[in-house]
Design a protein around this ligand. Sequence first.
Ligand SMILES: O=c1ccn([C@@H]2O[C@H](COP(=O)(O)O)[C@@H](O)[C@H]2O)c(=O)[nH]1
Length: 248
Amino acid sequence: MTSTLTSEMAQRLMIALDYPDAESARTLIRKLEGIPCYMKVGMQLYYQAGPQFVRELKSLGYSVFLDLKMHDIPNTVKGGANSIAKLGVDMFNVHAAGGSKMMAAAVEGVEEALAADSSLSRPLVIAVTQLTSTDSVTMNEEIGIPGSVEDTVIRYAKLAAGAGLDGVVASPLEAEGIKRACGSSFRTVTPGIRPAGSAANDQSRTKTPGEAISGGSDYIVVGRPITAAADPREAALQILEDMSRQQQ
Ligand SMILES: O=c1ccn([C@@H]2O[C@H](COP(=O)(O)O)[C@@H](O)[C@H]2O)c(=O)[nH]1
């Protein structure tokens, strides 16, 4: 790491380990050795490598965001959250579109796990608002939600805060509005991060790492700009530099 500030910033950089198997993810992790970033495990890797790989990341000392985006009836989500809390992740998520009862059930599932085992730490429970791949045409015309994407995201964020969640996943464009509506301690986790000049891929609502940090993102989620880079370590360090410049 180049400086203390960059090292602190690394805990706010979540790297999306979107790989087909554990060995491919390990190859990236070896390249990033010494960078104390957050690791995000999504459905592609989890459905293949399972809880064992999450435990492996924890044993290496990483903070882990389990990004499975649960969306089911409250009783099922409560059970899922209970199992995830026992796994010892630092953060996991549900869809805000499941409604406040479903989100509150996730928190209940966590609390029951903690009550049964005092050695467990409480994970942050986060709600997905509108996917960062969604634009206003998709949201208004396909999904059928009227109004602006930002208004919908903020409505979902308020619903999540009311249900006792710790924060939301949203795009970096909405982070400032979420903080205004839900308070500065309500976490904003923002994918849709693209360094200047890099391809948007399937993302619709994007900002650069530095813009996201100065705009109120607590955590930025970055996948392909690092995982598909010719030199992933250098790409991650440049992102950290950009984040740190905005913080100063
Ligand atoms: O709204 C959302 C919610 C989750 N994601 C996840 O973040 C990463 C982004 O990867 P990139 O390669 O940097 O696009 C990926 O794992 C998504 O599942 C999101 O993009 N948007």
